[in-house]
Design a protein around this ligand. Structure first.
Ligand SMILES: Nc1ncnc2c1ncn2[C@@H]1O[C@H](COP(=O)(O)OP(=O)(O)OP(=O)(O)O)[C@@H](O)[C@H]1O
Ligand SMILES: [Mg+2]
Length: 255
């Protein structure tokens, strides 16, 4: 049965999509069957896996509206890794689909019900908001991975996402746990970066991944190529960190 992990933080540009793509492909490289769900209308996770979203007809929007998920899932160039792509139309989900639904926060959970046996991991890339798409993702998940970029207002963002997690835990999904906080774009030469990382590790010691993702130019380069950095530059510091993160996630199974 798949473990479903959503990657969420309403703060923009903190490394959610990069983490979703590269954690997924690193898990796939360890022979796990993985599905990456792009829950962001920006479609960056789909594009980052080489999918031209202007050429696809159906996306996660159609699945949330009732289409069979198996008709929309696509293979990627990475062995063991499939993707459920997204397009801009997903931004209309509130008004077009959810408004007519009796259970608007369970749309994704219901869509995944028959799929859990087909994968070892389902990773969900959330948009930078705490709206319906993120709430659907938290409701459908076993755990949430929270990327934290060591910059100004990082702690405020962490407090907000934790409030949303608590809300979902007490209402739609009592079983939701924290997979871990992940320090991203880490630069040990920047004082603020080191300070924030110490704050996060001090507050959430048990829940912070030992692995931190360094700032590494191969990461944005690989995005532009439509490949995970773990395939494009497997020996880069970014790729090595994502392989280490995947190992930690696999080890969590044995906790
Ligand atoms: N480790 C890294 N080193 C260098 N650049 C990085 C790294 N991780 C992410 N980036 C770059 O930072 C930018 C933001 O990353 P990303 O798109 O993953 O964030 P996000 O949280 O998904 O953003 P959004 O909130 O818009 O969805 C991208 O241009 C990405 O290439
Ligand atoms: Mg993103």
């Amino acid at each position: 049965m798949a473990k479903i992990i959503c990657v969420a933080n309403q703060k923009g540009g903190v490394g959610k999509t990069t983490t979703s793509i590269n954690l997924s492909s690193a898990l796939a490289s360890y022979n796990r069957r993985v599905l990456l769900i792009d829950m962001d209308p920006q479609g960056n996770a789909s594009r980052g896996l080489g999918i031209d979203i202007t050429l696809i007809n159906k996306c996660v929007f159609d699945v949330l509206a009732g289409e069979d998920i198996n008709n929309v899932i696509r293979k990627t160039s990475v062995k063991n890794l499939d993707v459920l792509p997204s397009k801009l139309v997903l931004a209309t989900i509130d008004t077009v689909v959810a408004a007519k639904s009796e259970q608007p926060f369970y749309l994704l959970k219901n869509a995944l019900a028959n799929l859990k046996k087909d994968y070892n991991y389902i990773i969900i890339d959330c948009p930078p908001s705490l709206g319906l798409l993120t709430l659907n993702s938290l409701t459908a998940s076993d755990s949430v991975l929270i990327p934290v970029q060591c910059e100004y207002f990082a702690m405020e963002a962490v407090a907000q996402i934790l409030a949303s997690v608590s809300k979902v835990q007490s209402t739609y999904n009592h079983n939701l746990t924290i997979e871990g906080f992940l320090l991203t774009m880490f630069d040990s030469k920047t004082r603020l970066c080191v300070e924030i990382s110490m704050q996060i590790r001090g507050l959430f010691k048990e829940n912070t991944f030992l692995t931190q993702i360094p700032r590494n130019v191969s990461v944005p380069e690989s995005n532009a190529k439509g490949l995970p950095v773990t395939s494009y530059r497997p020996n880069s510091s970014g790729a090595i960190a994502y392989f280490a993160l995947a190992k930690e996630v696999i080890d969590h199974e044995e906790r």
